[in-house]
Ligand binder design. Structure first.
Ligand SMILES: NC(=O)c1ccc[n+]([C@@H]2O[C@H](COP(=O)([O-])OP(=O)(O)OC[C@H]3O[C@@H](n4cnc5c(N)ncnc54)[C@H](OP(=O)(O)O)[C@@H]3O)[C@@H](O)[C@H]2O)c1
Length: 325
């Protein structure tokens, strides 16, 4: 089979597309013929050795994929040969085939296409968990989403609206904000041209915002935290800007707010039952049209470098997905 391989840590250009041996199947493992693989910002960190987990070299990046089960090992009980499935883990998705642990694989219905399945669960799973279990967001509360047209950001806009929040989308261009508006944002802030703190205060009649969803970090973190409402929840999602912000803790006291960390990957392992229910909720909401994950572009697997560079250049809206032809 062919796979994109990271043989040494480095930028996307250091990936190589090569023919490799198909690994044998072990106990409790499942072989998946990959149809589509989601591309996520964290993939760019994993290949540079800058993520929380460092897979052993060489490895294929890619944390989510969809495809068909072609073989099952002994003691596999949850899926069978021929099932359409989705898989998520830390790495291994940018390949024609995956040997997966059965606990990382879930069947998908015939109505969900492979591209949507490969591109939605990591971002929608993260944003749903963040808003529901971590922020405990309530209908009518205000939700400020930074990076609102990106992978997790657009998912947070879509889910926030579905949960009854009043969404304020914040992003770097008017085109991105237009997309967030189509996804249900009622108010927008262009943080390239507007001061996020003052504008958030203005849009909330001086009260401040109840929940902030921040996958960007950098200066925007503190600037937006200064516009949080009493009892507000600031969700720490990620640092796409490349800068991990430092927090003056007196702000948390003065604002009477909570700063809440979110680590979806760890949550899926620690609380698999809750995660499984979240995934069932998301599938139902996609199937009944409540949520509409955006796959804005697909690339053939061998063009993974181009796809990752689009992400790093802030050009992607929603998600991009690799396909195996
Ligand atoms: N905590 C978790 O469990 C979890 C799960 C998944 C992802 N994440 C993290 O969430 C962050 C976003 O991931 P994603 O897959 O949604 O990424 P994405 O699709 O690339 O979106 C990130 C957004 O951040 C903004 N941004 C600002 N500076 C940027 C820069 N230098 N490079 C790229 N984007 C920049 C961009 O919006 P503007 O142009 O509008 O500013 C972009 O749309 C990452 O840090 C990722 O590691 C965390």
């Amino acid at each position: 089979m062919k796979a994109m391989l990271c043989k040494e840590y480095g930028p996307p250009e250091s990936l190589v597309f090569e023919e490799i041996e198909c690994p044998p199947l072990g106990k409790g493992q499942v072989r998946i013929a990959v149809k589509a693989a989601g591309v996520n910002f964290p993939d760019s960190l994993v290949i540079q050795g800058q993520y929380q987990f460092k897979p052993d070299l060489p490895f294929s990046p890619g944390a989510e994929a969809s495809g068909d089960v072609t073989e099952v090992g002994v003691e596999v009980t949850t899926v069978k040969v021929g099932d359409r499935v989705v898989w998520f883990s830390i790495s291994g998705g940018y390949a024609e085939e995956i040997v997966a642990e059965q606990s990382d694989v879930m069947p998908i219905s015939d109505s969900m296409d492979y591209e949507t399945a490969a591109g939605m669960f990591l971002t929608y799973g993260t944003s749903y968990h963040a808003l529901l279990q971590r922020a405990k967001i309530q209908p009518g509360e205000t939700l400020l989403v930074l990076g609102a047209a990106g992978g997790v950001g657009l998912a947070a806009v879509d889910i926030g609206r579905a949960l009854g929040a009043k969404v304020i989308a914040a992003a770097s261009t008017d085109e991105k904000l237009e997309l967030a508006t189509q996804y249900g944002a009622e108010m927008t802030i262009n943080y390239s041209t507007e001061d996020i703190k003052n504008r958030t205060k203005e849009l909330t009649g001086g009260k401040g915002v109840d929940v902030i969803y921040d996958p960007v970090g950098g200066e925007l973190f503190e600037q937006s935290l200064r516009a949080i409402a009493p009892k507000g929840r600031m969700l720490v999602i990620g640092f796409a800007s490349g800068v991990i912000p430092k927090l003056p803790v007196n702000l948390v006291l003065l604002k009477d707010c909570q700063v809440v960390g979110v680590f979806w990957g760890q949550f899926t392992k620690r609380e698999p039952e809750v995660n499984a229910q979240n995934i069932r909720d998301l599938v139902r909401m996609v199937e009944d049209g409540t949520l509409t994950p955006l796959i804005s572009k697909t690339y053939p697997l061998e063009k993974a470098v181009d796809a990752l560079n689009e992400v790093l250049a802030r050009k992607v809206v929603g998600k991009v997905v690799l396909t195996t032809g």
